[in-house]
Design a protein around this ligand. Structure first.
Ligand code: ATP
Ligand code: MG
Length: 278
């Protein structure tokens, strides 16, 4: 923490900000559980009968051919599909034991707890610093000088601080694609999520940026639970603890990543992980 002392914010103030982000308490082992989840757009059944647990502090990779429903599944977990025309769900998604669709579930709070990182970096049209603290400000997590702490802490966390510390008030759009994605990650982290949903987070990045994002994802666990859609099978093997394979509207197989890649139970899983299916 010593490095942060150059600001005139007291350690107590910093602690109080961090406590909001990480309240203590007994928590169930699985952060998210889906049961009998069926997803449809209009008449088209996208996925059926998905029963899955996401253990706290793990990384789960979602793999499968294009159109197999990975993004639809992912976006359901923080109700991003609710407003999409024709979207219907049956079954349930529970966040720490409580349905995400229960009437007392505040949508903003759900999105704070279950954050999202998209394929293409999408910084807001505001300064680099304002990007990082936008959510923290909106959720009342920090204000005034505390926002400087939040910005610095999160930018350091994603390894971007040195690159941007002298241009915090500049536009984010002059950063490289990789740096913009890290900025979006810093923004997502700044609201203290428990779960991060990532939809092909490195597919628009060069290999070096991909490597730094992958390293970061590992460092974010076990504090966070991550669910990552990827077409990059090497990435799934490198970063994830568990893998889910989607194909033709079903969760065909899931399990420990090593097992699923080395001893798949289903023929289609074997074909996919061995590159025999696109
Ligand atoms: N908003 C929508 N309205 C209607 N159908 C949709 C919508 N979004 C997706 N679909 C359909 O749902 C199916 C699953 O799409 P989804 O985007 O979840 O697949 P995916 O596995 O993420 O594919 P990719 O790997 O190409 O990203 C596809 O048939 C797609 O056309
Ligand atoms: Mg997708």
């Amino acid at each position: 923490m010593d490095e942060f002392r150059k600001t005139d914010i007291s350690p107590d103030e910093i602690k109080s900000v961090l406590e909001v982000l990480d309240p203590d308490g007994e928590r169930p082992r699985n952060v998210i559980t889906t049961s009998g989840l069926n997803l449809r757009f209009g008449d088209q059944q996208i996925l059926s009968g998905v029963n899955m647990d996401f253990p706290r502090g793990t990384i789960t990779a979602l793999i499968g051919p294009t159109g197999s429903g990975k993004s639809t599944f992912l976006r359901t977990l923080n109700r991003m599909n609710d407003k999409v025309r024709g979207f219907r769900h049956e079954g349930d998604v529970a966040l720490e034991g409580r349905s995400i669709w229960s009437s007392d579930q505040d949508l903003l709070d759900l999105r704070r707890r279950v954050g999202m990182l998209f394929q293409r970096p999408n910084p807001f049209p505001m300064s680099i610093k304002d990007n990082v603290v936008a959510g923290a400000k909106a959720h009342g997590i920090a204000k005034g000088k505390q926002l400087d702490v939040v910005a610095e802490t999160r930018l350091r966390e994603v390894g971007l601080w040195d690159a941007v510390k002298d241009r915090l008030n500049d536009s984010p759009y002059r950063l490289s694609g990789g740096q913009q994605q890290l900025l979006c990650l810093a923004r997502a982290l700044a609201v203290g999520p428990e779960v991060l949903l990532l939809d092909e987070p490195t597919s628009a990045l060069d290999p070096l940026s991909t490597e730094s994002v992958e390293r970061l994802l590992r460092e974010l666990t076990p504090a966070l639970t991550l669910i990552v859609v990827t077409h990059n099978l090497g990435q799934a093997r490198r970063v994830s603890d568990n893998t889910m394979f989607f194909y033709e509207g079903k969760l065909v197989e899931h399990g420990a990543t090593n097992d699923l890649f080395n001893q798949p139970r289903e023929t289609n899983t074997a074909r996919y992980v061995n590159g025999l299916m696109g």
